[in-house]
Write a protein that binds this ligand. Sequence first.
Ligand code: GLP
Length: 261
Amino acid sequence: MAEVVVVESEARAGELAAGSILDLIAAKPDAVLGLATGSTPLPVYRALAEGVRSRGIDVSSLRGFALDEYVGLPAGHPESYRSVIAREVVQPLGLDPHRIHVPNGALETISDAGEQYELAIERAGGVDVQILGIGTDGHIGFNEPGSSFASATRVKTLTAQTRRDNARFFDSPDDVPMHCITQGLGTILRARHLLLLAFGGGKADAVASAVEGPISASSPGTAIQLHPHATVIVDEAAAGRLQNLDYYRYAWNNKPRWQGL
Ligand code: GLP
C-alpha cells in the first residue's frame, strides 16, 4: 500500500517532499524528476528552490519531464504547462531549460507527440521521482476516469469537471482547451518513486479512493496502489475520509528515520 503521511500544513508537505528530492539529487546529480503542474506542487517547488540555495546543490545536470500539457494553445500562452513549468520550476530552481521536457501540445505534430515523449523518457533512463497532484474526479496527470492502467503518453479529452476546475486559470471556462496530452497511467507507474500530494477537503474523496478504494480505471488515482513505492502526503482536511488514518499516523510515527520517504 501507499505510505500516507499527514502533515499540519502545505508548507510542511513541501519541505518533506523537497527533502527527499534534494537527497536524491545530492546522490544522483542528473536525476530525472517527473513534474506536475496545478497548485498542489507549488510548496514543493518553493521548498526545493530554497533547499537548492541553502544546501548549495548543483542542479546543472538535473533533468525533468512534465506530466501533461494542453493541446492547441498558442506557443507562449501563459497557462500552457510549458510556460507554467518555466515560471514555477525552471526559473526559481535555476534549471537548464534544455533538460526539462514538456509534452508537445502543438496541433501540427500532435499525432506522434505521445510516442516521441515516451521515447524521450525511455532514453533518459526513466523518471526517478514523480511528483503528482490529484484532480477532484480522481485524475492523475490528465488521466481522466476510464484511463487504462497500461496507457502511455497520448491525447485525452478533458472532462467537464476538470475544465470547470481549471477555468480559474483562464479568462472564461470556454477558453480551457478540450484536449490534452498526458503521460499515461502506465508511464506514471514506471517512475521509480511516486510522491502524491493533496490539500483541502475538496480532495478528501479523491484521496480516500486513490489510497483505499477498489482498484478501478474509473478512479485513475487508484493506480498508485499498484506501485511498490508510493508516498501520499496530505493535510488533515485531505486525509478526512481515510478509514485507516490511525494506522497511517502510527506507522509514520514509528518509521525508522533512516528509511526516508
Ligand atoms: C490539473 C493537472 C493535474 C493536477 C490536478 C489538480 O488538471 N493536470 O496534474 O494534479 O489538475 O490540480 P490542483 O493541484 O491545482 O488542485
